[in-house]
Write a protein that binds this ligand. Sequence first.
Ligand SMILES: Nc1nc2c(ncn2[C@@H]2O[C@H](COP(=O)(O)OP(=O)(O)O)[C@@H](O)[C@H]2O)c(=O)[nH]1
Ligand SMILES: [Mg+2]
Length: 482
Amino acid sequence: MMSTDPRYNNDDWSPSRRGNSPQGLNRRRLFWTARLALAAVACMGLFAMWNSEFPSRMILQKNWCGDANSELYSQQQLAAQKLNPLASVVGSPTESFRDNLRLDTKYITSWGSGGWSNDVISIMNLIYLGLITERVPVLPVFLPSHFMLNNYGDDHSPLPFGDVFDLPWLRRAINEPLLEWRDVKASNSTVTDDIGCWNVWESIQYHDKAPRQSFGPWFSKLDISYTKTPDWVKLKQNFEHDRYSTFWALASLAFPFRRNQSLVPPLPNKRNVSLPPDEHMLCYDFLYYVAADQSDEIELDYSPAWRFVGQHMQWTPRLERLTDDYIRRTLNVRWDEPIPPFISVHVRHNDFKEWCEPDVTLEECFAPLSVIERRVREVQDELRERKGIEVEHVIVTSDEKNHTWWADVDELRWLGVDHSRTKELYGRWYPILIDAVIQSKGSAFVGTARSTVSILASRRVQSWQDGPVRMVQWGKLGADDH
Ligand SMILES: Nc1nc2c(ncn2[C@@H]2O[C@H](COP(=O)(O)OP(=O)(O)O)[C@@H](O)[C@H]2O)c(=O)[nH]1
Ligand SMILES: [Mg+2]
């Protein structure tokens, strides 16, 4: 029987042409299924491609694929908006930061005031606090306090977080928007903003009777009126030899119940303005000493700041490429050859002498190369046993400047990195940046106990290379005996 349904009369597969046999119907079904499947695949492909590269263009994608995808579309659009830093502020950076804050968004910030690696850990803690308080972290620049303290020179240029760490990658990995101060307030702004912040430092240690000093607020032209946090933010109450606070003690102050219970008269700022802790841009003076459960837990496997944030702080592609060039030169490998596996070593000296035990000479205090060599053999053994690989190359990074010490490193046939032109070519930050990236690329790592440079390198080698790590103990003769 001929079909009267007009749908069947307008194309090559209409029953009028092909007949209405069961085979014909099956072929038609097959054809339509294939066409629909193709269209769906094309839409999904376009969706994935455009979404990953150009989140803002998703509006076009919706029109092409129709309403069937609208729920998925709106979820993806929300996610894309959330990860787009511009969606978390009103617009371009403004003279006063407040003009750029969205009324429907809450923010959190803090500043560094230690060596570079200490500041990296402080920012990791800031981002983790942002996650648990559901606030958008506004990341400070790294300021060269270490260089200033040591009078190393007059180059005090700041280092933006996003020049070192891959921010788009991090946003996607933790599924949270992240801003830098340069996204919020114009870098060349001449406006000083008054703001109220929490002073954690005075509650966790008893020597300094003031909030933690930092160049960060000065750099961002902020004049801060501080409110001291309650004593209970300290992890070990009344214990002067520990300075840790806890994430949730500080996080609780982000919410009205604890905040309002904890308000005490604030210290006036430099312009004599007194302000309670800001609720829109929540801020703390110092977030280095923060843990979930125990002091120094960033070194431990369960550290939430490492697991939820730190391990996703990958280097920028530019810094990776630059460092690969340095590694190739160090190992004498051509630019088009793969980099062979190596063991990275970090030896920290200089100001660490302040931690030597009394009546101990410097030679007795810092671990000799023979002790470091024993640790290198341990990780070589572990690589052989656990992964079946022989790794002979050893690259040594250090803040040591003594030529005799480096000559002893050469004697061991270990390799140093040639930084003779690094500062001149790339700037003052780059010797430590390149060394930190080199450390993180080792198949195994041997570091110096208590150095945050070493602690971060060991976490990276564990998380990114699944590599064995050892920390060399020091401070007195035989400190690393085991
Ligand atoms: N280039 C280079 N600099 C280092 C190295 N180790 C330490 N430094 C310098 O010493 C500073 C140490 O400060 P910090 O990052 O806080 O780490 P920590 O003091 O070891 O915990 C670094 O920021 C560098 O400026 C290294 O292996 N290579
Ligand atoms: Mg330090």
